[in-house]
Every structure is written in C-alpha cells, then in structure tokens.
Design a protein around this ligand. Structure first.
Ligand code: NAP
Length: 474
C-alpha cells in the first residue's frame, strides 16, 4: 500500500469551521514541505472567518485585518473552501470518514454559558453573544431585537466581550457610523435611549478578565463618562499581594486605569458607564420584562491553588435596570457523531486528539482545534500555537500509520457528492466576490463595508457574481 502524504496518495484533510483556529490548522498542514497535503475547509455559513467577522467588535477594524492572512492561506493551490455546507445538514460524519484521512473540528463555541438564577430568561435579558452577533450582521441573530428604549442597562461579567457590548451601547452615532456595524443595528442604536450602563464584576478590579486597551477605550468615547467610585477601584489585601507575587501586568494596568477614572470628575456627558465590582447577580426581577437586578456583595477568599474566588456576604442590593446582557462566556455545542463533554462544552481531546470519554479510546484521524478544543479563552493569535499543536499530533499519528481509511479519497469525490445532493457550495472565490461587493456597498455610503446579513441574500449575490469558469457552477 502506498504511503499517505505522497503525490500518489496525498493526505486529505477536512477542517470543519473557518474561524482563526481552522485557518491556522490549514496553514500548519499546508506548510509541510515533505508531505503532499490537500485541505478542504467546510463552513456552515456562506462567509468564512468565524468570530473575526461575527464576533470582533465593529470598531476594532485593525484586529479584523488578520483576514488578509487567511486569504493568503486560502490562495494555496491545495486549499478548497466549501461554504454553506453544514455538518449534520449537508454532510454527515460518515461522509467525512469516507473521504478524508484526517478531520479537524474547529467549530468554536457557538452558544453562551448560563447564570442559573431566577428571572434569567425574562424578556429584555439577553446573552451578550446574541447582541454581538446582531450588531455584527450574523445571519443567526440579525432578526433579534433589543429594547434600546430602556435607559438603564446592566452588563454582567468583566471580560472583553462585556467591554465590547458596553462600548457599542455607549458609543455615539458618529463613532458607530465609521465602522462596519450592521446597518439595522446602526439605525436602532441611533435611536437608543440607553443612558446608565452598569458593568458588574463578581470579583474585584484586580481579577477583571478584560485587558488594558479595552478599559482605556471606554475613556475615549465622546458621549460617555466612566464612573468608578473610589471604593470600587480600591484593592483589598489579598488582591494586592496576588498582583505583586504574580507580577500581573494586565491586572496592574487595569487597576491603574480604573483608579485614574475614579479620580476624574464626570464631564457631564449624556451616557454614564458605572463600574461595580465584587457583586454577583442573584435574580432578575420584573413582571412582563426585566425591571431590576438583585445583587449580593462578595468578598474574595483565597483557594488552595492560590487563586481568589468570590464568596457571597449577607449584603444585598437591587439596581433598577430595564435591559440586561449576560456576558459570562461562550460555550461549545456538540457536533453530530462527535464525542462531546457537555459540562465543559468541549470535544474531549489530548493535544488535539479526539477521544471517546466513555471508553477512553482514541478516535484515530479525528482532531479538535481552537475553542472547541480548549474552551473559549485567549485572543485570536492564541489559536495559532493551539492549532499547530493539533496538527503536530495529527501528523505524528499519520507517520505512525494511524489515520482514517477513506473509501473514496479522490479529489472530485466531495464536490461530486455535494452536487449530487444539490448543495450549491460557496467557494473562496465566491467569498472574495461577496467581500468586494460588501466593500463597494460601503463605499457608496461612506462606510468601510455594508455587510449582507441574510444567507439567501448572500447566495443571490454569490450566484450573480460567478463566472463561467467557477467550479461550483459546473
Ligand atoms: P471571559 O474573558 O472568560 O470573561 C467572562 C467573565 O464572566 C469573567 O469576568 C468572569 O468572572 C465572568 N463570569 C463567569 N461566570 C460568572 C457568573 N456566574 N457570575 C458573574 N460573572 C461571571 O469571556 P468573554 O468576555 O466572553 O471573552 C472570551 C474570550 O474572547 C476571552 O479570552 C477574551 O479576552 C476574548 N476577547 C477578546 C477581545 C479583544 O481582544 N478585544 C474581545 C472580545 C473577546 P471570573 O473571572 O470571576 O470567572
């Protein structure tokens, strides 16, 4: 039998998901110089790039330029993109194992974590992830609506997603109009009556998960004052010691910035961002919708591993708010036919190698990368070494002869299968055309881009822009 990874018998890899981790995995495979590897990337939406398109805040344009790297990876002659193809809808797990030697799941974390408190599902209480998808024109969220007639809003959680949500709510129309925010979101936010935004952290300023640029950006908004009462910015003894021992520069920078805000008198801007630390929500209350959030005051206690965790006191407080965003982290969702750990929301794996948690048996040829592998942590760049680790595992397995044994690994087999099923997949060239069309629409109204937000609309544009030579038209 011919060795896998040769010109005669190339290694065929399927990557499921087209966010950063999927692209970094593709890159790691395609950089191999001693192997012949072909990568097919599958994406359920017509558009690639995962959270870079649907998650990164619209005013963080520089971060989004990372897609230029992904375009370069996609230009490799051994790379194919199959957009608008969903595992479980258009293809099955069996299809993957029948056509590829290796499969990498890089599907991210598509839902949100729950607080588990009374009133969590009342109208006007939303996962921050839904609001993020909405303002970023993600087709799954574009038809949601948010009651921006409310003046008082709570954002629960102290991560960078919470900061993004607060910033979007507190930005002026002019600030938002300069971005690629969805047109309907820009219009809704133009009429927003939001005035008081409470950002609620269950631990102290020294444990906030947000980073220095994000806390700094709030102070630069034209329409908002950042209000940090001095007692909120003060560090307790445990935090002071923890920051010193761990030389935590991010925590130090955050605390310095918060203390700077606390020393500044408000400038009388129309919106106010209030930082409150050491509070946990215990209930959302209201009859028809959220009317208030009940909080309990926490103190920090040191755990055996040295970390500081919140412990509730008997001090309670109620803040009247009409809208709540729960920003306590993303969570992965299971894929059909693939093992899943429901508690942690990841695919059970060791260095990216998928295993069955019930039996402990490895699943040869199946791998995970990115948030579905390690959970929703880190910045975009964190995914590069993560994906490299996964591909290193996969290639070591291949060299040891441990791959899937696809019945049909011919180059045309997958496109033929999709066409036979009537799946009109989107190629990377289709996406580049759609990308150009969005930018052109933006130029016409003096904005960087005007996103399409409906799948049907995207597919119509893609089809209209196809040339005769495009393989998806064959
Ligand atoms: P995150 O950074 O993990 O933050 C989650 C926050 O929720 C933490 O403050 C956490 O507090 C809090 N939390 C968790 N459970 C809670 C509960 N039951 N009650 C109250 N608070 C609770 O998650 P994220 O903000 O969703 O961000 C995900 C990842 O994407 C992060 O790595 C983030 O840095 C990254 N990201 C980066 C950017 C950027 O670079 N600009 C933008 C967006 C997202 P504890 O710390 O006490 O657990």
């Amino acid at each position: 039998m011919t060795l896998t990874g040769t010109t005669a018998n190339p290694l065929r890899v399927a990557i499921i998901g087209s966010g950063p981790s999927g692209f970094y995995a593709a890159d790691a495979y395609l950089k191999q110089t001693d192997l012949t590897v072909y990568v097919d990337m599958f994406e359920r939406l017509p558009t690639p790039h995962g959270l870079v398109r649907g998650g990164v805040a619209p005013d963080h344009a520089k971060i989004k330029t990372v897609t230029k790297q992904y375009d370069k990876i996609a230009a490799h002659p051994h790379f194919r993109f199959f957009g608008s193809v969903e595992l479980g809808r258009d293809i099955t797990h069996d299809d993957l194992t029948a056509h590829y030697h290796q499969v990498v799941y890089a599907t991210g974390a598509q839902t949100d974590r729950q607080l588990g408190i009374p009133g969590e599902t009342l109208p006007n209480s939303h996962p921050a992830t839904a609001f993020v998808g909405w303002y970023n024109a993600h087709p799954d969220y574009r038809d949601l609506s948010f009651d921006l007639s409310q003046e008082r809003v709570a954002v629960i959680g102290n991560g960078n997603v919470a900061m993004d949500v607060v910033r979007i709510l507190a930005s002026s129309y002019e600030e938002l109009a300069r971005t690629d925010i969805a047109d309907y979101a820009l219009e809704a936010l133009k009429h927003s009556r939001v005035r008081e935004i409470y950002i609620l952290g269950r631990r102290g300023p020294g444990q906030a998960a947000f980073t220095n640029p994000e806390i700094k950006e709030l102070g630069a908004l034209t329409d908002a004052d950042v209000i940090v009462p001095p007692e909120e910015a003060a560090l307790d003894e445990l935090s002071r010691a923890w920051i010193a021992v761990n030389n935590d520069k991010v925590a130090r920078g955050n605390v310095e910035m918060l203390q700077k805000y606390s020393a500044q008198p408000p400038a009388g801007r129309p919106k106010r961002i209030h930082f409150r630390f050491l509070v946990s929500p215990t209930a959302l209350v209201g009859d028809e919708r959220v009317e208030a959030i009940q909080l309990v005051k926490n103190v920090l206690v040191k755990k055996d591993d040295g970390s500081l965790s919140p412990r509730a006191t008997d001090q309670a407080e109620t803040i009247p708010v009409g809208l709540v965003f729960r920003s306590i982290g993303y969570k992965g969702v299971p894929l059909p036919g693939v093992p899943f750990d429901a508690k942690s929301g990841v695919i059970p794996n060791q260095q990216g190698r998928v295993f069955d948690p019930a039996t402990g048996a490895p699943r040869p040829g199946e791998y995970a990368a990115g948030w579905i592998k390690r959970g929703p942590s880190g910045i975009i760049g964190t995914n590069r070494p993560d994906s490299v680790e996964t591909v290193d595992s996969a290639l070591a397995d291949m060299r040891d002869g441990r791959t899937l044994q696809p019945a049909n690994a011919a180059a045309d087999a997958m496109p033929d299968l999709l066409r036979a099923r009537g799946v009109d997949y989107v190629t990377y060239q289709d996406w580049l055309n759609l990308d150009a069309a969005e930018q052109e629409r933006g130029r016409e109204i003096n904005r960087p881009r005007l996103k399409f937000s409906r799948v049907d609309e995207m597919l119509d544009v893609v089809r209209a822009m196809r040339t005769v030579s495009d393989p998806a038209m064959d």
